[in-house]
Design a protein around this ligand. Structure first.
Ligand SMILES: [Zn+2]
Length: 272
């Protein structure tokens, strides 16, 4: 286990690209429950792996959409936390220091709070709650390139009376639309906007990787760790639950909304 002063020292000493990877823990202070955390609202139950799948959507689009609307409603009105704002400051600090495109933020969250906070170099690698897309292969609004704003489709009718007849439809072809999220039975390469090749390229160039609020249980963190180990790049994690960090990852055992503002304060004060 390490502390925030050591992290600040290590970060200051490293030139070159910084990759930050955030998970649900970064949005916890915004009132959004995590999937696998130890917070009381954690929603990681058996039905997530069943319902959060393409298979389930194809079998029962009405139930699938009811479940997602429930999740989306839970995101409404939520605001960025001190953790999101600190990551914006971290990006500013890094850009000022090297004056190059040397910062990338990869988030597993679909809540859009990094963008709301003002982060610029963000990849929403698991999709976003702001978007939907057509489920009919070949449609211009379908994967691998097509995307619709959620407001471009009629979700109000379904919300008012969920049924087969009120399912949200693609404005171009009339097929049912689906959430623009990576389902558990899908690949990162499913949609261009997940930008997975760019994430892998960034991981291959990063000289420091900082994980925040992730439980290291998705393919993304696996891939990033592999890239860091191959090149002997330092990997750190800010996570209140230290038990979950893989070997070789230095852990600061603190909540993101506490540790990140403290980190930024140390960095910008020139402490190194
Ligand atoms: Zn369509």
């Amino acid at each position: 286990m390490a502390n925030i002063e050591e992290l600040a020292r290590e970060l200051s000493a490293r030139k070159g690209p910084l990759l930050v990877c955030t998970g649900a823990g970064v949005s916890l202070a915004s009132g959004i429950p995590t999937f696998r955390g130890t917070d009381p609202g954690a929603v990681w139950t058996a039905d997530v792996t069943t319902m959060g799948t393409r298979r389930f959507f194809e079998q029962d689009p009405v139930q699938s959409w009811r479940w997602y609307l429930g999740r989306f409603v839970g995101l409404e009105g939520k605001l960025p936390s001190a953790a999101h704002h600190a990551i914006v400051a971290l990006e500013d600090w890094k850009r000022q220091g090297d004056r190059l495109r040397n910062f990338i933020l990869v988030t597993q969250n679909i809540d859009g709070l990094h963008l709301a906070a003002g982060s610029r170099s963000v990849v929403e690698v698991h999709g976003s709650a702001r978007h939907v897309r057509c489920s009919r292969p070949g449609c211009e609004n379908a994967a691998p390139l097509g995307l619709l704003e959620r407001d471009d489709v009629d979700l109000a009718s379904f919300r008012g009376a969920p049924s087969e007849a009120t399912l949200p439809r693609c404005p171009a072809c009339g097929a049912i639309v689906r959430p623009h999220v990576l389902w558990f039975d899908e690949y990162y390469t499913e949609h261009a906007r997940y930008q997975f090749p760019a994430v892998l390229a960034a991981a291959g160039q990063a000289t420091f990787v900082l994980f925040v609020g992730t439980s290291f249980s998705v393919g993304l963190t696996e891939a990033l760790l592999r890239a860091t180990r191959e090149r002997d790049v330092p990997a750190w994690s800010i996570d209140p639950s230290a038990a979950r960090a893989p070997d070789g990852v230095e852990v600061v055992v603190e909540p993101a909304e506490v540790a990140l503002p403290a980190l930024v304060q140390l960095l910008t004060a020139g402490a190194s």
